[in-house]
Design a protein around this ligand. Structure first.
Ligand SMILES: Nc1nc2c(ncn2[C@@H]2O[C@H](COP(=O)(O)OP(=O)(O)OP(=O)(O)O)[C@@H](O)[C@H]2O)c(=O)[nH]1
Ligand SMILES: [Mg+2]
Ligand SMILES: [Zn+2]
Length: 332
C-alpha cells in the first residue's frame, strides 16, 4: 500500500518542523495506540511504532496519541514493518479531557483535528444537554464541531430535535442522517475535505462506527446492537483508531463516552470574547453576574444583546476554568 502523505493530513505546518540532523527520519501518523506499541500510517503504508526508552524513564512530556505526527526511523535489525518513534511533532491542537475517576489527570484523546462530529441518536438517546456539553468541550479547545443527529429512520419528525439543537449550537452545522438507510451520507462526506482529519464523538450505540463504515464504503469497524438490559459490555468500539478514507481524508472512530469532563487548563474563551468584554464593565470586579447591581451581563441579557443560553454557556465554561485555578471553588 502506497499512501499520499497529504491525504493523511501532512502539510506545511509539520514540514516546517523538520530539521537537517533528522534527515534519516520520516513522518508517520499515529493510527492506534496499543498497550506496547503504536500502529502508524505513513507514505510506506502501515507499520508498528516502538517507543524508545527516552520516552519512558523520567520522561516529562506527553506521549504520542492518536492523530499525532511523529518522526520515525527504520531499524535494520528489526522486523521490516517495525520502526522507532523519535520525536512528536508540535501539534496543531489537542483534544483531551479530564480523566474519569482520577482526581486531576489529563487524558489525551486525539491530536491535529479539523472537525469534531458530535453524534447523537434521534431515538431515546437524544439529549440536548449532552450535545451542549460536547459543544462546550469543542469551543473551549477552539475545535470546529458539527452535530450529527443519526437514526432519522426511527422518528417521524426530526424538526423539533433540530430546533432544540439550534438554540444551543450557534452557527454549528447540524446534519440529520440515517446510517441504516444511508440517508445524508454524501452531505456528511462533503464536510471531509481532502487532507482533513475528523473525529467522531458520542455515547455508545449512537452509530459512530456505522457512519464511518458508510464513508469508508466497507465494513472497517465492528458495529453492534446496544444491550438495553445491562450496561456491561455495551461498548462495541473499545479503542480510538484513525483511518484513511477513499476520499483522501482521515477519520477517527472512538469508543462511546458516558461522561465528558473538560480539562480546565486548556480552556480558552475565544468564542465568548464579546461577553468577556462586557463583564469587564460590571460595577463590581468580582461580579458573579447573577444579581449584583450594575451587572453589564444581566443588562445585556435583559436587552436581548446576549442570549440567556450563551450567557449560561459562558458561565459554565468560566466555572470550569476557575475550578482549576481555585480548587473546587465555585464563582458562578
Ligand atoms: N435504526 C438505526 N439503527 C442504527 C443507525 N445507525 C446505527 N444503528 C445501529 O445502532 C447500533 C450501534 O451502532 P454502532 O455504529 O456500533 O454505534 P457506535 O456509536 O459506534 O457505538 P460504540 O462503538 O459502542 O461507541 C447498531 O446496531 C447499528 O446497526 C441508524 O441510522 N438507524
Ligand atoms: Mg463504535
Ligand atoms: Zn456582572
Amino acid at each position: 500500500m502506497v499512501v499520499d502523505i497529504k491525504s493523511l493530513g501532512w502539510g506545511i505546518f509539520f514540514k516546517r518542523q523538520l530539521i537537517e540532523s533528522e534527515k534519516t527520519y520520516y513522518p508517520a501518523r499515529i493510527s492506534r495506540q496499543n498497550t506496547n506499541n503504536y500502529i502508524l500510517l505513513s507514505e510506506k503504508g502501515s507499520s508498528i511504532g516502538i517507543l524508545p526508552s527516552k520516552f519512558k524513564e523520567g520522561f516529562k512530556g506527553q506521549l504520542p496519541t492518536v492523530g499525532d505526527w511523529v518522526l520515525v526511523e527504520d531499524v535494520e535489525d528489526m522486523e521490516p514493518d517495525k520502526v522507532t518513534i523519535q520525536r512528536i511533532l508540535e501539534r496543531k491542537n489537542l483534544l483531551s479531557r479530564k480523566e474519569i475517576g482520577e482526581a486531576d489527570r489529563q487524558q489525551l484523546m486525539a491530536a491535529n483535528i479539523d472537525r469534531v462530529f458530535i453524534v447523537s441518536g434521534l431515538d431515546g438517546e437524544f439529549n440536548p444537554r449532552k450535545i451542549e456539553r460536547y459543544l462546550l468541550l469543542c469551543w473551549s479547545l477552539d475545535l470546529q464541531p458539527a452535530v450529527i443527529l443519526n437514526k432519522k429512520d426511527l422518528v417521524k419528525n426530526s424538526k423539533d430535535a433540530v430546533n432544540q439543537v439550534k438554540t444551543i449550537s450557534g452557527d454549528t452545522p447540524i446534519l440529520c442522517l440515517s446510517a441504516l438507510n444511508k440517508m445524508g451520507i454524501s452531505s456528511l462526506i462533503q464536510y471531509m475535505k481532502p487532507g482533513s482529519t475528523s473525529i467522531f464523538l458520542g455515547s455508545s450505540g449512537v452509530g459512530k462506527s456505522s457512519l464511518i463504515n458508510l464513508v469508508m464504503g466497507e465494513e472497517t469497524f465492528k458495529t453492534g446492537a446496544v444491550r438495553t438490559k445491562d450496561s456491561k459490555g455495551r461498548h462495541t468500539t473499545s479503542f480510538r483508531e484513525l483511518v484513511l478514507t477513499p476520499h483522501d481524508s482521515v477519520l477517527i472512530d472512538t469508543p462511546g463516552m458516558r461522561e465528558i469532563r473538560i480539562w480546565s487548563p486548556d480552556i480558552n474563551m475565544n468564542r465568548f470574547q464579546d461577553i468577556l468584554a462586557l463583564a469587564q464593565r460590571c460595577k463590581f470586579n468580582d461580579c458573579s453576574h447573577t444579581s449584583e447591581p450594575g451587572c453589564e451581563l444581566k443588562l445585556a441579557e435583559e436587552n436581548g444583546i446576549v442570549s440567556s443560553t450563551r450567557l449560561n454557556q459562558f458561565k459554565r465554561l468560566m466555572n470550569e476554568s476557575l475550578q482549576n485555578e481555585f480548587g473546587n471553588q465555585k464563582k458562578y
